[in-house]
Design a protein around this ligand. Structure first.
Ligand code: ADP
Ligand code: MG
Length: 612
C-alpha cells in the first residue's frame, strides 16, 4: 500500500511542441487530458509575435499579428531548431524567416527590433503552455516531457531541451512523437508488436515504424517529407479561389498580403469542415465585393489526390528500411490534423491493409502520450533519469588549445567513441592528453576533467605517429579515457568520475555562455589555429636559414625574409586571425626564392649521389 502525496508532487506535464500547433496535457488521475488556453482553444498555434510595446504574444492572437505585423511575427520556428545557417538555406526560400546578419554559428531570427535564437522562440511558446497549465492546475508547473520528431538529431534534440530550460521547465525526457502517440493508445500494454505511425500535420509528413518488445518502443525506421502537409492542401484551394476571383472581379489579389491571409483563413476553415460534411461553402468578402463557391468533397478529393499519394512512397520506403511488410504491421496510428481527411484515412487503410486508429483526436494524441510518459517518469526515481544522457560534450585539447569533441552532449549512455590524433613536433616521445568537458571551442574555457601523459612513443617526424584516443562512458556515467600508440601498442588510461558533478546551474551557465560566446569562440578558434600555423612556418624558416641555400640568396632577399619573420613574430600576438594569416602569407612570399633554391640543392645533391 502506498499513499499518493499530491502536495509534495509537482505536476509534470506532457508537451507537443509542433511546427504548426503546440499543446500541453497532464494526467488527470489516471487519464491524460489536454489543457486549453485562456481562449478555450486546446491547440496553441506555434506563432510568436513581439508587439511594438515589447509584449510577447503567442498562439491565436499571434496569428492575427502575422497578418498585421509580419515583420514582428514568426511561425514554423521548429524548422530552425538545432540547425546552422547552411542547414536551413532551403527553408529560407520557402518561409519568411528573417535571419540576423552574422548568424554563422548560431542562427538568430529578427522580430521587430530584437533578435532571438530558435530555442528562445520555442521557449516563448513553452512558457505560454506552462502558464496555461498553471492556470488550470492551480500549481506551479516545472517539469515536462517534450516530444520531438523521431528523426531529430542530437543538435535538434538539444535545442529542444534548451528551449525547455529557458522556459523554466525541467525537461524530464524528450520522447519521440510516434512513441508518444502509441503510448496514448496504450499500445505499450501489448508487450509485442509492430506499429506504424502516420503523421500528416500542417507542414510536415512523418511515417515511423516502431517495434514494441517488453513494453519498450524501438524506432525501426522513419521516413517522410519535411515539406508536405495541410499547408499544401490550403494552397491548392487558395489558388482556385484566387483564380475565380480574378476571372469574376478582374482583380488579382494574389499580391495583397492581407487579402491572401484573410482568404487563407476562410479556405482552412472550409477544408477542416469538409472532413465531416460532404460539401462546404467558401465565402469571402473584400472591399465590398463577395465571392462564394461550393466545394464538394468530390472536387476536393480530386484536387488533393496527388498530395495524399505523395505520402505513400515514404511509407513503402519506411517499411523496406524497417524490414517489414504491410502484413507484419499490427497497428496503424493516425497523428496530425490532416489525417482527419477521409481520403487520407482510406489511402492509409489500403496501403497497410489495416484500419488505422483514429479514436483519439489526431492533433491531441501526441500531447496525451507525452502526459502519459510524464506521469510514468514523475513517479520514478529522478537520479536514474539524469544519467540517461551526457549533459555536456567530452573531448580532448589539441595542439593550439582547440577542443576536439569526442562524445557530444546529450548522447545516450553507455556511449563509446574514438578518434585518431598525431604528434605536432618532430621526435615527440610523449603526448599530454587533456580531457575537457563543455561546449566551448577552446580548452581553457571548458571544465578540465583530467590530464595524463602517453609516454614511450617512437620518435618520428611530426604528423607520423598515430595515437588512438577512446572515450567510454558506462551505464553509471563513469568516463574512461584510453590513449594508445597504434605503432607500439603502448596504452595509458584513466578513469574520470566527476562528469556528472556539475550542478544544473553550471550546465545552464555553460549552455548560456556557449550561446553568448559562439561567435567569439569561433574567432578564438581561428586565432588559435593561425598561431599554430605561424609557429610552424617560423620554425621551418629558422631551419632553412641554417641551410647552405640561405647564403646563396642576395642580401636584399635575406633582409626581406628577416623582416617578414620579425613582423610575423609580432603579429602572432594579435587577436585577429586575419592579421596573422596575412603575415604568414607575406613570409611565405618572402621565402619563395629560398624554398626554390633549397629544392634545387636537394635535387642536385640527390642527382650527384647517383653518379658516385
Ligand atoms: P503540426 O504537428 O505540424 O504542428 P497539426 O497536427 O496540428 O500540425 O496539424 C495541423 C494541420 O491539420 C493544419 O494544416 C490543419 O488545417 C489541419 N487540420 C486540422 N483539422 C483538420 C480537419 N478537420 N480536416 C482537415 N485538416 C485539418
Ligand atoms: Mg505534430
Amino acid at each position: 500500500m502506498f499513499q499518493i502525496e499530491f502536495d509534495s508532487q509537482e505536476a509534470a506535464v506532457g508537451i507537443d511542441l509542433g511546427t504548426t500547433n503546440s499543446l500541453v496535457a497532464y494526467m488527470n488521475l489516471a487519464k491524460p487530458e489536454v489543457i486549453p488556453g485562456e481562449d478555450g482553444d486546446k491547440l496553441v498555434p506555434s506563432v510568436v509575435s513581439l508587439a511594438t510595446d515589447g509584449r510577447v504574444i503567442v498562439g491565436n492572437a499571434a496569428r492575427q499579428e502575422l497578418i498585421d505585423h509580419p515583420d514582428r511575427s514568426i511561425y514554423s520556428v521548429k524548422r530552425l531548431m538545432g540547425r546552422g545557417i547552411e542547414d536551413v538555406r532551403d527553408e529560407l526560400k520557402l518561409f519568411p524567416f528573417r535571419i540576423a546578419e552574422g548568424s554563422e554559428s548560431v542562427i538568430r531570427v529578427v522580430l521587430g527590433e530584437k533578435t532571438f535564437t530558435p530555442p528562445e522562440v520555442s521557449a516563448l511558446i513553452l512558457r505560454q503552455l506552462k502558464k496555461n497549465a498553471e492556470a488550470v492546475l492551480g500549481t506551479p508547473v516545472t517539469k515536462a516531457v517534450i516530444t520531438v520528431p523521431a528523426y531529430f538529431n542530437d543538435a535538434q534534440r538539444q535545442a529542444t531541451r534548451d528551449a525547455g530550460r529557458i522556459a523554466g521547465l525541467d525537461v524530464l525526457r524528450l520522447v519521440n512523437e510516434p512513441t508518444a502517440a502509441a503510448l496514448a493508445y496504450g499500445l505499450d500494454k501489448r508487450q509485442e508488436g509492430v506499429i506504424a505511425v502516420y503523421d500528416l500535420g500542417g507542414g510536415t509528413f512523418d511515417i515511423s515504424i516502431l517495434k514494441l518488445h517488453d513494453g519498450i518502443f524501438e524506432v525501426l525506421a522513419t521516413n517522410g517529407d519535411t515539406h508536405l502537409g495541410g499547408d499544401d492542401i490550403d494552397n491548392r484551394l487558395l489558388r482556385i479561389a484566387l483564380e475565380d476571383i480574378l476571372s469574376e472581379w478582374g482583380d488579382d489579389l494574389s499580391h495583397s498580403g492581407e487579402a491572401v491571409q484573410t482568404l487563407r483563413r476562410e479556405v482552412v476553415r472550409a477544408k477542416e469542415q469538409l472532413s465531416f460534411v460532404p460539401s462546404v461553402l467558401l465565402a469571402f468578402e473584400w472591399n465590398g465585393k463577395a465571392y462564394h463557391r461550393e466545394i464538394t468533397r468530390e472536387l476536393f478529393e480530386g484536387l488533393i489526390q496527388d498530395i495524399v499519394d505523395r505520402t505513400l512512397g515514404p511509407c513503402r520506403d519506411c517499411m523496406k528500411d524497417a524490414g517489414v511488410t504491410a502484413e507484419q504491421i499490427d497497428e496503424v496510428v493516425m497523428v496530425g490534423g490532416s489525417t482527419r481527411i477521409p481520403l487520407v484515412r482510406s489511402a492509409v487503410e489500403v496501403l497497410f491493409r489495416a484500419r488505422p486508429h483514429t479514436e483519439i483526436n489526431p492533433d491531441e494524441v501526441v500531447a496525451l502520450g507525452a502526459a502519459v510518459q510524464a506521469g510514468i517518469l514523475s513517479g520514478t526515481v529522478e537520479d536514474q533519469l539524469l544519467l540517461d544522457v551526457t549533459p555536456l560534450s567530452l573531448g580532448i585539447e589539441m595542439y593550439g588549445g582547440v577542443v576536439s569533441k569526442i562524445i557530444h552532449r546529450n548522447s545516450t549512455i553507455p556511449a563509446s567513441a574514438g578518434e585518431t590524433f598525431t604528434t605536432g613536433i618532430d621526435g615527440q616521445t610523449n603526448v599530454l592528453i587533456h580531457v575537457v568537458q563543455g561546449e566551448r571551442e577552446l580548452a581553457k574555457d571548458n571544465r578540465s576533467l583530467a590530464r595524463f601523459d602517453l609516454k614511450g612513443i617512437d620518435p618520428m617526424p611530426a604528423g607520423f605517429a598515430r595515437i588512438e584516443v577512446r572515450f567510454l562512458i558506462d551505464a553509471n556515467g563513469i568516463l574512461q579515457v584510453t590513449a594508445r600508440d597504434a605503432r607500439t601498442g603502448r596504452e595509458q588510461s584513466v578513469e574520470v568520475k566527476p562528469s556528472y558533478g556539475l550542478t544544473d546551474e553550471q550546465v545552464e551557465a555553460m549552455i548560456e555562455a556557449s550561446i553568448d560566446h559562439a561567435e567569439a569562440d569561433f574567432n578564438a578558434a581561428q586565432v588559435a589555429s593561425a598561431r599554430v600555423e605561424a609557429e610552424n612556418i617560423l620554425n621551418a624558416t629558422d631551419k632553412a636559414r641554417r641551410n647552405p641555400a640561405w647564403q646563396q640568396l642576395s642580401e636584399e632577399e635575406r633582409a626581406s625574409v628577416t623582416t617578414a619573420v620579425n613582423r610575423l613574430m609580432v603579429a602572432v600576438n594579435s587577436d585577429d586571425h586575419e592579421v596573422i594569416q596575412n603575415h604568414i602569407a607575406a613570409l611565405n612570399d618572402a621565402t619563395h626564392a629560398l624554398a626554390e633554391l633549397m629544392m634545387n640543392t636537394a635535387v642536385s645533391s640527390a642527382l650527384k649521389g647517383t653518379h658516385v
